[in-house]
Design a binder for this molecule. Structure first.
Ligand code: ADP
Length: 640
C-alpha cells in the first residue's frame, strides 16, 4: 500500500524501495499471494516507465507466485496479457518428482496412479497402495492415511521413507501425537486442504506442539471428500525441506485423492459385504437348520449340508441339478405347497408349516418349513427347514404312553376297587359263616341251646349289616360321592370296634388293652370308614402275633390329644415287627407278606386317613412288635 501511495504521489524512488520491501516481507512470511500481487503491481510500475526488462522480470515472478498459490485464473490472465510469459521456465523444487504446471500435468503418471488405486478392492491393499503413491509422488518423508471410525478419526496406515524406499504399515490407532492435531482439526472442520510451505516460519499453526517438536518443514493435509461426506484425511510431511508440496504436486494428489475416496468407499463396502457374507456363511455352515434356495420352476439352486442331510442326498446330487422340490414332495403335499407358493408370491413371506419330503431312499421325512422368503426379481425363494422326525417320534411315544397309562389307570382302579370290596366284605362274611356254624352247633346239641343260637344269629345279622354297609360305602366311593363326615368321639369308635372284634381277638388268643385320654376333642369323620381303619390295624396286629408263643400276645390301643389341633390313636403289638426293608412299602397297594394276604388294607387305611385330613404311619418297636398310629384334626367348632 505504501509503495502504491508513493507511486501516486510521484515519489518513484520511495515506491521502488517499498515494492521490494513488500515482496521481501511477503516471502519471509510465506504469503505467496501477497508476494505475487506485489510483483505484479511493481511490474506495472516499471512498464509504465519503459523499464521493460525489469517489468518482465517482475511479471515472471508474479506468475510463479500465482502458480504456486494455485491461482490458475490469474496465471492465465497474465499469460493472455503478456504472451511472452508462456515461455518462461518454472523453477523446479529441490525434490520435485512432478515438476509440471497444472496444464502440463503428467497425465500418464496420474492415470497410472489412479488405476493402481482404483484397481484395489481389498481395503488393506488399497490403503497401502494409496499411501505409497501419495508419499512417492509428493516427495514426502512421511505420510498418514486417516479414516473415520464413526465420527472418530483413526490412523489407518503410516508410510515412512528411508533409504529410497517407502515402507507402509497398516494399523488402527487413535490420532494422537502422530501429526499436528490443529492442522488435522482445521481440515476436518473446513474440509479444505492446509498447506504449510515452511512450517518453521510464522503461521497460524506455529504453536502446534507437533510442529514445534518435530521441526516439520513442509506439511500438507488433504481432505478426502465424497459427496460432501468426509471419508478421510491424507497427511504428508517433509522435515528436511520447505516448499516441497508444489501446486502441481498438490493437483496430482487432489486428483488421486478423489479417485482414492471412491475406491476407499468401495473397498469399505466390499469389506462390509465380505464380513456379512462370512457371517451368513457361518450361519449356513453351522447346520443348525436346513437352508434351501429354490426357484418357481421347481429347481433347488443351493442348499446347506443340514438340508441335504434331512433329505438324505449328497452335494453331487445338488450340483447335478437333479434335485427338484416338486418331485421331492409327496403328492398329498403338493397342493399345500402350491398354495404356500402363491401366498409367498403375494406377501413375500408365509406362515411356518409342516410337510413331508421324500428322502433319497424313498422313505418320508416330516419337516417344518419354518420360514420362507421370496425374492421377486429373481423368482427365487429361501426356506428354512427343520427335521421333525425326532419330534414326531417323541409325539408318537407320548401318545402311546398316554394310552398305556390310561389303560393301566383303568385296570388298577378297577382292580383296586374289586380288591377293596373283596377285602372289606371278606371279614364280615367269614364272621357270618363262623357264627352260622356256631349257631348250627348250638341247635345240633341234644338239648339245643336256643339262647346261644339266637345270640349267634344276632351276630350274623350284625355282620351282614356291616358287609352291606361296606358295600354301600364302596359304591359311594366308586360314585365319587363325598364321604359323610359327622362329629365323632374317637374313643367311642375304638370301643365299638373292640366290641365287634372281641371274638376274633379271643380266637387269636390276643389280650387287648385300651388306654384312653379322658376328654378327647371331637373330630369330623365317617364312622364306618374310621372303624374300618381301626379294625384293619387291630387285625394286622393280631395276625402279626400269630407266631408268638414265648410271650403274651398283647395289643394296646391308645388315644390322646396331640397338641391343640390333633387327636392321635396308636395300635401297638408285640408281634414279628417290621423289617427295615419293608418300612417304605407297607402302605403300597398289593404289598403283602402273608400267603393269603391281599395287601390292600393299609393302602386303603392311608387313603381314608388322607380323606380325613389325617396321617397314618408305622414304626417298629423295640425290642419287638410294631406300632401303627394315626392323627386326625380336631374339629374346632365342636366343644369336647
Ligand atoms: P395284608 O394284611 O393283606 O397283607 P395290609 O396292607 O393290611 O395287607 O398289610 C400289608 C403288610 O404290612 C402285611 O402283609 C405285613 O407284612 C405288614 N404289616 C401290617 N401290619 C403289621 C404289623 N402289625 N406288624 C408287622 N407287619 C405288619
Amino acid at each position: 500500500m505504501s509503495a502504491e501511495i508513493a507511486r501516486l504521489e510521484g515519489r518513484d524512488a520511495d515506491a521502488m524501495r517499498l515494492y521490494e520491501q513488500a515482496i521481501r516481507s511477503a516471502r519471509e512470511h510465506s504469503f505467496v499471494q501477497n508476494e505475487g500481487l506485489a510483483h505484479e503491481v511493481a511490474a506495472r510500475f516499471y512498464a509504465a516507465r519503459d523499464f521493460d526488462t525489469i517489468a518482465h522480470a517482475y511479471l515472471r515472478e508474479a506468475r510463479r507466485c500465482y502458480l504456486r498459490w494455485g491461482a490458475y485464473g490469474k496465471v492465465r490472465q497474465l499469460e493472455q496479457l503478456y504472451p511472452h510469459l508462456r515461455d518462461a521456465p518454472v523453477p523446479a523444487s529441490p525434490t520435485a518428482t512432478i515438476g509440471a504446471p497444472v496444464e502440463q500435468l503428467d497425465v500418464g503418471t496420474v492415470l497410472k496412479a489412479a488405476q493402481a488405486v482404483s484397481g484395489e478392492i481389498v481395503l488393506g491393499k488399497l490403503i497401502e497402495t494409496l499411501l505409497r503413491i501419495a508419499v512417492e509422488h509428493a516427495g514426502a518423508g512421511r505420510g498418514l492415511l486417516i479414516l473415520f471410525q464413526g465420527d472418530e478419526p483413526q490412523i489407518a496406515a503410516e508410510a515412512t521413507t528411508g533409504r529410497g524406499q517407502v515402507e507402509v504399515t497398516l494399523r488402527q490407532t487413535a490420532v494422537s501425537a502422530g501429526l499436528p492435531e490443529t492442522v488435522l482439526h482445521t481440515v476436518i472442520q473446513t474440509r479444505q486442504s492446509v498447506i504449510l510451505d515452511d512450517a518453521l516460519a510464522q503461521n497460524p499453526f506455529s504453536a502446534d506442539e507437533y510442529i514445534c517438536q518435530k521441526h516439520a518443514r513442509s506439511v500438507l493435509c488433504l481432505p478426502l471428500v465424497k459427496q460432501a461426506k468426509l471419508i478421510g484425511v491424507l497427511y504428508l510431511e517433509n522435515n528436511l525441506a520447505s516448499h516441497v508440496f508444489t501446486p502441481a504436486r498438490i493437483s496430482v494428489l487432489e486428483l488421486l485423492a478423489s479417485q482414492a475416496t471412491i475406491s476407499l468407499e468401495n473397498a469399505r463396502l466390499y469389506n462390509d459385504l465380505q464380513e456379512r457374507e462370512a457371517r451368513i456363511r457361518r450361519l449356513v455352515d453351522s447346520n443348525i437348520v436346513g437352508i434351501v434356495i429354490w426357484d418357481v420352476q421347481g429347481r433347488i439352486i443351493e442348499a446347506n449340508q443340514a438340508f441335504l442331510d434331512i433329505i438324505g442326498y449328497v452335494r453331487e446330487d445338488l450340483v447335478s441339478g437333479r434335485l427338484r422340490w416338486r418331485e421331492l414332495t409327496p403328492a398329498e403335499w403338493r397342493e399345500a405347497d402350491e398354495q404356500a407358493l402363491a401366498e409367498l408370491e403375494a406377501a413375500g413371506t408365509v406362515q411356518p408349516r409342516e410337510k413331508e419330503y421324500f428322502r433319497k431312499d424313498g422313505s418320508r421325512v416330516p419337516v417344518l418349513v419354518a420360514r420362507a422368503i421370496f425374492e421377486w426379481n429373481r423368482d427365487e425363494g429361501v426356506a428354512f427347514v427343520l427335521d421333525l422326525t425326532e419330534r414326531k417320534h417323541v409325539e408318537g411315544a407320548l401318545r402311546d404312553a398316554q394310552a398305556n397309562l390310561a389303560h393301566v389307570v383303568r385296570v388298577t382302579t378297577l382292580g383296586e376297587l374289586a380288591a377293596s370290596i373283596a377285602h372289606e366284605v371278606n371279614q364280615p362274611l367269614a364272621a357270618v359263616v363262623a357264627n352260622a356254624e356256631a349257631c348250627l352247633r348250638w341247635l345240633d346239641r341234644g338239648m339245643p341251646d336256643l339262647d346261644a343260637a339266637r345270640r349267634s344269629l344276632g351276630w350274623i345279622i350284625d355282620d351282614g349289616n356291616r358287609a352291606s354297609e361296606v358295600l354301600r360305602r364302596v359304591r359311594a366311593l366308586a360314585n365319587k360321592t363325598e364321604i359323610e363326615k359327622v362329629p365323632l368321639d374317637v374313643n367311642e369308635i375304638i370301643r365299638e370296634v373292640t366290641t365287634l372284634m372281641q371274638r376274633e381277638l379271643i380266637s387269636h388268643r390276643v389280650s387287648l388293652q385300651t388306654e384312653f385320654a379322658p376328654a378327647l376333642p371331637m373330630i369330623l369323620g365317617d364312622r364306618v370308614q374310621l372303624q374300618q381303619v381301626i379294625i384293619n390295624l387291630v387285625m394286622n396286629g393280631a395276625e402279626a402275633m400269630q407266631s408268638v408263643t414265648d410271650r403274651p400276645r398283647e395289643l394296646v390301643i391308645r388315644s390322646r390329644q396331640e397338641g391343640a389341633h390333633q387327636v392321635l390313636v396308636s395300635v401297638t403289638d408285640c408281634g414279628v415287627g417290621i423289617p427295615a426293608e419293608n418300612v417304605g412299602r407297607l402302605f403300597n397297594a398289593f404289598f403283602t407278606t402273608k400267603s393269603s394276604g391281599m395287601g390292600m388294607g393299609l393302602s386303603i387305611c392311608r387313603s381314608i386317613m388322607e380323606a380325613h385330613g389325617g396321617r397314618l404311619w408305622a414304626t417298629a418297636n423295640v425290642p419287638q412288635g410294631a406300632t401303627f398310629q394315626f392323627t386326625l384334626p380336631v374339629n374346632a367348632d365342636i366343644p369336647p
